[in-house]
Write a protein that binds this ligand. Structure first.
Ligand code: FES
Ligand code: CO
Length: 352
């Protein structure tokens, strides 16, 4: 076969939207340059792992030095998913005809033609991949300015680190994040967990913008302890919750407890326009000997309470036209969030 007949499928695929893309093209392109978690580090060991991000099928795998690689989950020979294959040393091997690709995605072996020339254009479409906070992160379209959300406490020995199971949510990532930032729903949606039915008042709070989002400092008397927890906090204690967003779909909540700090990193990974895989690494520097299971159970309960409402909101896509829904002063954070997404160029073509 003349080398010129090898179609440079990886290059063409770089420009193409995913098959059956559920996003408007301009939204997909604005989102695809950011980093999102797609798997737990512990799920990507000796076998390739299949994930889906922004409707793109992705394979993630680990080579011999322990570092991770990601590629579009397709072998351009006959379209088999690379996630059906295997990894040996630094090479990923397609399950169908055994083509082997090196750690840069270049095909280095065609078993049907041992020793034959291999076109440099026969390669996988490689993607950005990195490991942080116990998770594997992928970037579909390269952009060196895109950064991960910051969770320094994950590597701080003064903290314990907890990684609850991922939650699959049938809702847009923007709706999920906005719910995480919402401070007016505690008394209603979270009345079984930590909310206080008779304490719905939302005091005024400030929102400060930063280049990749904003910070909201919310101070109220609503405790962050689970109902029935051994302490209730000192009487009259003012609970400070700091929300820090990392556009488009990440937000960190720091709760200042009487005896330390709790950090919850809410990472909404956009599987498609209306499907979200939620990862939530948690760190705290107090109550370090209390059982982790209690933290996992409490976290699970709170996010399940949110999921129930977030999956039923409509329109399903977060409206970025500020006149599309009504707002009151407690919604300062969500308005800042919607403005931040609109400034990224998103939402021009969201449809209900
Ligand atoms: Fe992958 Fe043929 S489809 S080697
Ligand atoms: Co909530």
């Amino acid at each position: 076969i003349p080398a010129s007949s090898v179609v440079d499928a990886a290059s063409r695929a770089a420009l193409a939207l995913p098959r059956n893309c559920t996003f408007a093209e301009s939204d997909w392109r604005a989102l695809a340059t950011h980093w999102y978690p797609v798997a737990f580090a512990s799920e990507v060991m000796d076998k390739p792992f299949a994930a889906c991000l922004l409707d793109e099928r992705v394979v993630v795998y680990r080579i011999s030095d322990g570092s991770v690689r990601a590629a579009k989950d397709i072998c351009f020979h006959r379209g088999a998913p690379m996630s059906m294959g295997s990894v040996e040393g630094d090479e990923i091997i397609c399950a169908y005809h055994g083509l082997r690709y090196n750690d840069a995605g270049q095909c280095v072996c065609i078993p049907a033609h041992p020793g034959g020339a291999i076109s440099p254009r026969l390669r996988l479409h490689m993607l950005g991949a990195q490991e942080a906070y116990g998770l594997i992160w992928v970037q579909l379209v390269e952009d060196a300015t895109a950064k991960l959300p910051v969770l320094d406490e994950w590597n701080d020995p003064d903290y314990i680190q907890v990684l609850p199971d991922a939650v699959d949510i049938a809702a847009a990532s923007g709706r999920q994040i906005e719910g995480f930032l919402d401070v007016a729903h505690f008394s209603f949606i979270h009345k079984e967990s930590f909310g206080e039915e008779d304490n719905a008042f939302v005091p005024e709070y400030n929102v400060t913008t930063k280049p990749d989002g904003f910070i909201a400092d919310y101070i109220s008397t609503v405790s962050n302890y689970a109902h029935g927890y051994k302490h209730l906090g000192p009487p009259g204690f003012l609970w400070h919750r700091r929300f820090e967003t990392y556009l488009p779909f990440a937000a960190k909540l720091t709760v200042f407890f009487p005896n330390g700090q709790l950090h919850i990193l809410n990472l909404a990974s956009p599987v498609s326009a209306r499907k979200t895989r939620l990862f939530v690494p948690i760190c705290r520097n107090f109550d370090k000997d209390s059982p982790l299971q209690a933290t996992l159970d409490f976290n699970h309960q709170v996010f399940a309470e949110d999921q129930e409402i977030v999956e039923q909101q409509y329109p399903e896509d977060l409206p970025l036209d500020l006149h599309a829904e009504a707002h009151f002063p407690a919604d300062r954070s969500s308005l800042a969030y919607r403005k931040g997404l609109a400034a990224m160029g998103l939402g021009r073509s969201f449809t209900a």
